[in-house]
Every structure is written in structure tokens, then in C-alpha cells.
Design a protein around this ligand. Structure first.
Ligand SMILES: [Zn+2]
Length: 285
């Protein structure tokens, strides 16, 4: 059976002996995982030659790649120098990821600072329009995933990212971080119905996106301001992973689940097994 959902770690598996992304891809395949996110969070340092090598390794082993752009991105900033740097970080992540055969670059949209939510939206939209047109000019074919953020001070709630996607066309899509939705309070996720509500909203607003969604999963520690730190699966069950896997198995949706817990690949395998057993239960009915 070909699984409709791909699972993989955010970065090189902790069970991997090597430290290169290519070895990470090979290790994912050995473990039975079929996705991996390249972490450019401290800067894009991958050479073009390595990206081409990773592309071959990933194609050969059917591991689908994505990337996470640097953390220091703020598309809402009025500071022209910071905005230009943010634009560069996203474009460079996208370029190298496309060279590695990856399908999506995830980024954190920005911060409100002194802006109202509408002003922040307009600023992010303007910056993304420019980035999307630059991708087209340079013929870089990749999706940009606006990650749902975990802090209340950050721009990029689920509604905001859905609106960005509706406004900008299919190059920009939301990247759903369930732990962030839970911690920020966009959606407190307690069980199956909450996952169904989120996917229902995505399907209503963005149609086909649920056939190729991209998401991050982790359990999370948070305060009233939002996220604090990620937890391994089974720590506080917030948000709970079993109902998520059940909803995915029953829904017919397809996409990629990147595990962002401190146990990366180990927890990605737990998610995958839970999903497979939910698929088995579904098949047995
Ligand atoms: Zn992120």
C-alpha cells in the first residue's frame, strides 16, 4: 500500500551516524520514513553541488524534501534593510530547496510590532507578491509555506495564512503547525473533532490544498503568550497525536507530516505507525 501521508523529521535523523543532509536522506529511507525537512533556520549554507547530490539521493529513495527558511525573517517590518534581508533569506531557501528537488519552503511570516493585524497583513502580502514574482522570473518552481506561528506577538495565524494563500495564488500556502495553533490559541486541539474542524476549514477555503498539505507536529509547552518549547510525544498530549492520525487515516487527505519534537525521527516513526494502524483498523471494518 502506498501511504497517502509522508512522515519525516525536521532535520537529519538523530539515529543517523553521519551529519550531512544526504546521509540524513539515506537514513530516513532506511528507517522507513519518506520525508525530511532541510533546516536552514540559522542560514542557508548548503552549496549548490550538495543540493544536486541530495536531489539524486532523495529521488532514488523516494524521500520527499522540504525546507525551513531562516528564523530571522519579518515580512511585516517597515525597515527596508530588514525587509530586503528577509526577502533574500526566503528566495535563497527556495532556490536551494528547488535545486535539491524539494517541493516547499516553510517560513515564519513576521511580527506585528506596532502594526495592526490589517497593516501587518498588507505588508506581508506586498512582500510575498514581490517574492513570488521573483520566483517566476527566475523560473524557480516551489511552494512557499507560511507557517502558522506559535506566539501571539507573531503575524501568521491560521486565518491570516489562509487569506495570504487566497490572495496570492497557489505558490503561497499555509504550513500548518498544530503545536503552534494549540499554543497560540488559534485552535485549542483536544481531540478528533478539532482536527476535523481545521481540515474542514482548509478544504472549504483552499480546496485542493488538503490533497498536498504540509504540516509540522510536536507536543508543546506554552503560556498565555503562546509557545515556550517543544515536547516529545507522550509528554503532555497537547495537542494529542492519536486522534490526528485517526482523522488522517479516515479522511483521504494526503500530504506531509514533519515531526518537530526533540525526538525527531523516533517520534516521526511513532506517528507513522499510529497512522498505519489506524489505516489497518479502517481497512478491517
Ligand atoms: Zn517553524
Amino acid at each position: 500500500m502506498v501511504a497517502a501521508i509522508r512522515f519525516g523529521p525536521a532535520g537529519i535523523p538523530i539515529q543517523c551516524e553521519g551529519s550531512s543532509s544526504r546521509e540524513g536522506v539515506e537514513c530516513c529511507a532506511r528507517l522507513g520514513l519518506s520525508a525530511m525537512e532541510l533546516e536552514f533556520v540559522q542560514g542557508v549554507r548548503m552549496k549548490d553541488d550538495s543540493a544536486r547530490e541530495i536531489c539524486l539521493a532523495a529521488k532514488e529513495r523516494d524521500v520527499s524534501l522540504s525546507s525551513h527558511a531562516p528564523y530571522f525573517v519579518n515580512l511585516c517590518t517597515p525597515d527596508k534593510v530588514k525587509l530586503a534581508a528577509s526577502r533574500r533569506h526566503i528566495l535563497e531557501s527556495a532556490r536551494v530547496t528547488a535545486l535539491a528537488g524539494g517541493g516547499i519552503t516553510v517560513f515564519h511570516p513576521g511580527f506585528y510590532l506596532k502594526l495592526s493585524p490589517n497593516e501587518a497583513f498588507d505588508a506581508a502580502r506586498r512582500a510575498l507578491l514581490d517574492i513570488v514574482s521573483e520566483l517566476e522570473t527566475r523560473n524557480i518552481k516551489i511552494r512557499l509555506g507560511a507557517e502558522t506561528v506559535g506566539k501571539r506577538s507573531a503575524f501568521g495565524g491560521l486565518d491570516e495564512n489562509i487569506r495570504l494563500s487566497q490572495d496570492l495564488g497557489k505558490t503561497v500556502v499555509p504550513a500548518i503547525d498544530f503545536a503552534h495553533l494549540h499554543a497560540r490559541g488559534d485552535f485549542r486541539i483536544r481531540g478528533e473533532d478539532d482536527y476535523r474542524a481545521i481540515f474542514g476549514l482548509l478544504e472549504r477555503e483552499l480546496g485542493d490544498y488538503v490533497r498536498s498539505f504540509h504540516c509540522h507536529f510536536s507536543e508543546i509547552n506554552y503560556s498565555e503568550k503562546g509557545e515556550l518549547n517543544h515536547f516529545p510525544l507522550g509528554t503532555n498530549n497537547e495537542p494529542p497525536f492519536r486522534p490526528f492520525m485517526k482523522v488522517l487515516a479516515e479522511s483521504g487527505y494526503s500530504g506531509t507530516v514533519i515531526c518537530e519534537t526533540p525526538k525527531l525521527d523516533i517520534d516521526a516513526l511513532t506517528l507513522m505507525r499510529e497512522y498505519e494502524s489506524a489505516m489497518g483498523r479502517k481497512g478491517a471494518r
